[in-house]
Design a protein around this ligand. Sequence first.
Ligand SMILES: Cc1cc2nc3c(=O)[nH]c(=O)nc-3n(C[C@H](O)[C@H](O)[C@H](O)COP(=O)(O)OP(=O)(O)OC[C@H]3O[C@@H](n4cnc5c(N)ncnc54)[C@H](O)[C@@H]3O)c2cc1C
Length: 385
Amino acid sequence: MKITVIGAGIWGCSTAYYLRKQGAQVQLVDMWGAGNTRSGSGGASRIIRLVYGPDEIYVNLTNRSFELWAELFENNERDYYQETGLIWLFSQEEAAYALDSKKRITELGFELEEVDLHDASTAYHQISFDGVKRVFFEDKAGILYASKCCELMVSKYQKAGGHYLQGYASVTTDNDGFLLQVNGKKIESDCYVFACGPWTRKLFPDILHECTYVSKQDVYHFAIPPQKLRLFDYHHLPVWLEYDPMSPLYYGMPMHLGKGFKIAYDDRSDLFDPDLDDRLPNAERLKTAREFVDRRFPLLREAPISCTEVCQYDNSMDGHFIVDHHHRFPNVVLMTGSSGHGFKMGPALGEIVAKHLLKGTGLPEKFKLSRFTNITMKQNQFLPY
Ligand SMILES: Cc1cc2nc3c(=O)[nH]c(=O)nc-3n(C[C@H](O)[C@H](O)[C@H](O)COP(=O)(O)OP(=O)(O)OC[C@H]3O[C@@H](n4cnc5c(N)ncnc54)[C@H](O)[C@@H]3O)c2cc1C
């Protein structure tokens, strides 16, 4: 079977790789290259974690991805991944988002433990636990070096005999059918997979405009003073997330890749056009991030910014992924709506889509487009819970 995959972010390049591994003739197309700076997968680092509230599907997809990542990294894991564990800081007694995943995580052989507040503040004196009500630690979690992972996936795909083409894909759909062109040239395949992140909705506006939106996300790296470096490296500080059911969460990572202490805020209210808008951080949001660092990580008070990244979330209206066939063109599959949490699961999703197209296994019901007929307000995987 001949299949064209458009988009070499982690979803597209994983799909292309597993299609090729299972024997398909595959062409992978990207306008700017795998893990490019404008793509969602183009950041330096992304968190991988198993805690997902009651959404067992994501725990399972992440678990399968851990297995596939390990296969991909072979003996070079440290070039692509750093295991750190993850500490959850809950600002309320209510901690269902962690507790609801515990049973499945334990069944998979990993640990999610509640940590006494006093023990936590002794173990992590870089963190001020002021206002924190409960703390949990998950052991199987860490940092994926995102754009490097995309490059690795594409090189594995090419080594397996996959064809890669740098080019801009355009789509025309009308009553007569579907036409894909790359750099103005018609491309014919048995199947087409579109994994174009936030650009997917531009290619298929009639289907995706109402049920997706794109938000601007600013990421900051703070310069750790030399005498405090040790406290903020990944041997001494895990990845962390601060969960407050009433507001978007903060999350961050210890020093990695020589960039500094990373923090980001999960607010999705600034709409963003990935082609037209500048990738410059917003001054007001930076001020809020600084206030947060002063409060939660007082040893970094007044630390300067070492670098920033501006990226976008390709959100679906309910925060869950979209992986489904086009309703008019059954040989077109849309993979989009990764909603700010799709990197870690790229390999497992790619494997699922490859098996579906080549062996006829099903796609997850949760990710079908038909669900949007009943959705009336914006949600995401954390809020409302
Ligand atoms: C700041 C930030 C933090 C995040 N943190 C996490 C995290 O900690 N953990 C996690 O799991 N996820 C995280 N995510 C989400 C994750 O990065 C994304 O869900 C994931 O990378 C999306 O991958 P994708 O392949 O769907 O899309 P993308 O990576 O955006 O890839 C789409 C690709 O399609 C190409 N393309 C688009 N249009 C065309 C066209 N017309 N022709 C040719 N090529 C085209 C683009 O060049 C691009 O390479 C984060 C995202 C952001 C922005």
